[in-house]
Design a protein around this ligand. Structure first.
Ligand SMILES: NC(=O)c1ccc[n+]([C@@H]2O[C@H](COP(=O)([O-])OP(=O)(O)OC[C@H]3O[C@@H](n4cnc5c(N)ncnc54)[C@H](O)[C@@H]3O)[C@@H](O)[C@H]2O)c1
Length: 444
């Protein structure tokens, strides 16, 4: 398809997911118009530089700026697009359910603008929503505001993204598969056409009704978190089992194709803006409809225990007053996001327990310090962090930490540095003469 025959696309919500989607679509030939309620983000996109730290994002925006613009006016967006992707926040409420209030606001503004437009338009809900939402209150709000019925004139799809912060652009270009919940074949066909043009390799497309797609989205994350908690449960067992090595066990488990190796590493708990809350929402949904969610609940309990487990481990070989450097604060490498980060929780817990904690992160230092306050100090540099501690904890597996110089670990006072390498990041053979390297789940 040429740019002239491709559907024109709009993206509602230019945040951590919406801005990369707009940029990726523009890079694949689509004419894209973005909408946000934040003037700062709209101006930033029009200026070609978003304040969102995501690899390749600003390079793509700059390279394809002739096909990319942003506005705060829903009428302009609807007039200049055939399909609108809605990627606004769906924050968790106190019961664990996702709130649709921002999605409903978006339906109201898109719907009103649709009253001024002739011809077909498709609305695509990309935000993570509770099963039952798209065909329920979201469709109702869109139909009420637009005065149209979902059908031949108005398409509606639920289409979540399966991305990880830090690799959003790559994950959008090379997804494992595309999930489409569709109101009807016309809407589903249009969305499939968009994806087959957008993705570098043509991924399999799973098409279904709304509720199946909504349940699949949270089930995927719930299943992945189950694997993570399973590996952490094994690490805890291996810690207490003389001669055991959790990496040997998970490597052999992962070689079984029924299980697979991804996300099967005994290390830290999962964090970030999606995994913890998707798992909680899945369990809350099951409880609400009278089903059981024992696996999701156990996964959550195991995850919530991980910081205590690590603190207990540290207490075995260090005492209050020990100088601890925590390296890595973001919930995963390549992102500044510290939401639900276990590294931050661990740093806080160690500080509360009386250790002297210094922290370091290539991107997330400021965000983490805003949470941790004066419980901890910021390390002057990576080298400074390593030189000025008695216990070094590699908590987030940033590739930068592979470059730690063994010389920085040398101590002159007869003491030895202890390294707790939670993700087995360091090339251990370089450190064994200079430091006591301790791994999790290695049957001490
Ligand atoms: N961030 C992730 O890793 C991730 C992954 C998968 C799914 N999701 C889901 O995607 C959705 C968005 O997440 P995010 O991380 O991009 O959020 P975000 O907070 O980074 O961005 C959301 C944007 O929507 C804008 N917005 C709010 N209401 C609006 C409205 N009525 N009209 C226009 N713009 C509006 C906000 O100003 C903000 O810029 C959520 O449902 C989230 O669960 C996020």
């Amino acid at each position: 398809m040429t740019s002239a025959t491709l559907p024109r696309v709009s993206v509602i919500g230019l945040g951590k997911l919406g801005a990369p989607l707009a940029a990726v679509l523009a890079s694949r030939g689509f004419s894209v118009i973005g909408l946000d309620v934040s003037k700062t983000l709209v101006d930033a996109l029009n200026a070609g530089k978003m304040p969102i730290l995501e690899p390749q994002l600003n390079e793509l925006i700059y390279a394809h700026k002739q096909r990319l613009s942003a506005t705060m006016d829903p009428n302009e967006v609807v007039r200049n697009s055939d399909a609108s992707f809605v990627i606004v926040p769906t924050p968790s409420d106190s019961t664990g359910f996702f709130s649709n209030r921002f999605v409903l606001q978006a339906m109201e503004s898109l719907g009103k603008a649709l009253r001024n437009k002739q011809g077909y338009h498709m609305v695509v809900i990309t935000s993570t929503v509770m099963p039952g939402s798209t065909g329920g209150e979201i469709q109702a709000a869109l139909e009420k505001a637009s005065g149209r019925k979902v059908g031949p004139d108005l398409g509606l799809c639920y289409n979540p993204e399966f991305i990880a912060l830090g690799s959003v652009v790559r994950d959008m270009l090379y997804p494992d598969s595309i999930l489409i919940g569709e109101s009807d074949a016309k809407a589903g066909d249009m969305l499939q056409t968009i994806y087959l043009q957008m993705c570098e390799k043509k991924p399999p497309v799973q098409r279904m009704n709304f509720v199946n797609a909504e349940l699949t989205k949270i089930s995927v994350n719930t299943y992945v978190t189950t694997k993570i908690s399973y590996a952490n449960m094994l690490a805890d067992i291996c810690d207490r089992l003389p001669g055991a090595d959790v990496d040997a066990v998970t490597k052999a488990l992962g070689a079984d194709t029924r299980i697979g190796a991804k996300y099967l590493k005994g290390a830290m708990g999962y964090g970030g803006p999606c995994f913890p809350r998707d798992n909680v929402a899945f369990a809350a949904l099951a409880r609400k409809i009278g089903a059981r969610a024992d696996v999701a609940e156990a996964t959550d309990r195991i995850n919530n225990h991980q910081v205590d487990r690590l603190t207990g481990l540290v207490a075995k070989f260090s005492r209050a007053g020990t100088r601890i450097a925590v390296l890595g604060l973001s919930y995963k490498p390549q992102t500044p996001v510290v939401e639900e980060s276990h590294s931050v929780k661990l740093a806080a817990k160690l500080a509360d327990a009386g250790y002297v904690v210094a922290v370091h992160d290539p991107l997330a230092q400021d965000a983490a310090l805003a949470v941790l306050g004066d419980k901890v100090v910021a390390a002057s540099s990576l080298e400074g962090a390593v030189r000025d501690c008695d216990l070094l904890i590699v908590a987030t597996a940033w590739p930068e930490y592979k470059t730690i110089e063994p010389l920085w670990c040398k101590r002159n006072n007869g003491q030895r540095l202890t390294i707790l390498d939670l993700w087995r990041t360091l090339p251990v053979e370089n450190f064994t003469d200079l430091a006591d390297v301790i791994y999790l789940g290695f049957g001490r």
